[in-house]
Design a protein around this ligand. Structure first.
Ligand code: FAD
Length: 221
């Protein structure tokens, strides 16, 4: 089913990420980690569907996406970043992406944090974050989505890795086999992985080798 929803609020999250709050259709609900297919409600764009994840809490009166813009694709994320309050989106029924099954490791690259934002915000609100750790890979510190909020929620259980910037505050490099073996002491737990396809493939291979069964979603090619 298609729902036409008006944008209520747009905020800058990083230099290339914005959050969009928009109307919530009556009876519409989602499980943290779920996504829907989205179109911009403008002539010629109504049938171009791209998936985005709900990042708000289920009980809020609005819905929210947190969307990274890919300037080089000349695609829908570019258009989304030009929208203003009062413009509208078309959303569809929700579909599963990643579901929380218990404490463990969240491993995200870039916009791959969005399903985890929904899950971690839920757990934080429910006072149930203990035992979870977030490993977050980005190019530079300026790319870290919701850095302050995630730091406040997770403290020492929030580990950032930067590939393109040397910064005393953060680890440098990629989330690869060496890194995971150093950071993870027990592979007999839940793993949630979301990010670009190469990163997911590498991490899945290692985790599977260690006997884990990661939940994962490929976000970008
Ligand atoms: C389940 C799921 C949930 C998601 N949730 C979110 C979310 O909450 N927030 C978020 O920011 N992202 C999310 N994503 C990723 C998001 O859907 C894509 O980043 C987005 O659809 C890309 O749109 P675009 O405008 O860049 O390109 P499109 O509009 O898809 O494509 C435009 C043009 O660019 C080309 N193109 C597409 N990708 C590339 C590429 N990597 N390199 C070069 N050319 C390319 C296409 O072939 C096309 O010609 C999610 C993805 C999935 C699968």
């Amino acid at each position: 089913m298609d729902y036409i929803v008006k944008i209520l609020e747009i905020k800058d999250v990083t230099h290339d990420v914005k959050s969009f709050r928009f109307e919530k259709p009556a009876g519409y609900s989602f499980v943290p980690g779920q996504a829907t297919d989205v179109s911009v409600n403008k002539p010629g764009w109504e049938d171009k569907k791209n998936p985005f994840t709900f990042t708000c809490l289920r009980e809020e009166s609005f819905l929210e996406f947190t969307i990274k813009r890919y300037a080089s694709h000349n695609g829908v994320t570019n258009l989304l970043h030009q929208l203003i309050v009062g413009d509208s989106l078309i959303i569809r029924d929700v579909w599963g992406a990643i579901e929380y099954k218990g404490p463990g490791y969240f491993i995200a690259g870039g916009a791959g944090i969005t399903p985890f934002l929904a899950i971690l915000r839920r757990l934080h609100t429910d006072n149930a974050l203990a035992g979870n750790k977030l490993l977050f890979a980005n190019k530079t510190a300026a790319d870290i989505i919701c850095n302050d909020e995630l730091t406040a929620m997770l403290g020492a259980d929030f580990i950032n890795v930067l590939s393109d910037e040397n910064n005393e505050e953060y680890l440098h490099g990629h989330i690869n086999e060496d890194f995971l073996k150093k950071e993870i002491k027990d592979f007999n737990t839940h793993f949630y992985v979301c990010g670009p396809d190469k990163m997911i493939a590498d991490i899945n291979e290692l985790l599977t080798k260690q006997g884990a069964s990661p939940e994962n979603v490929v976000f970008e090619k």
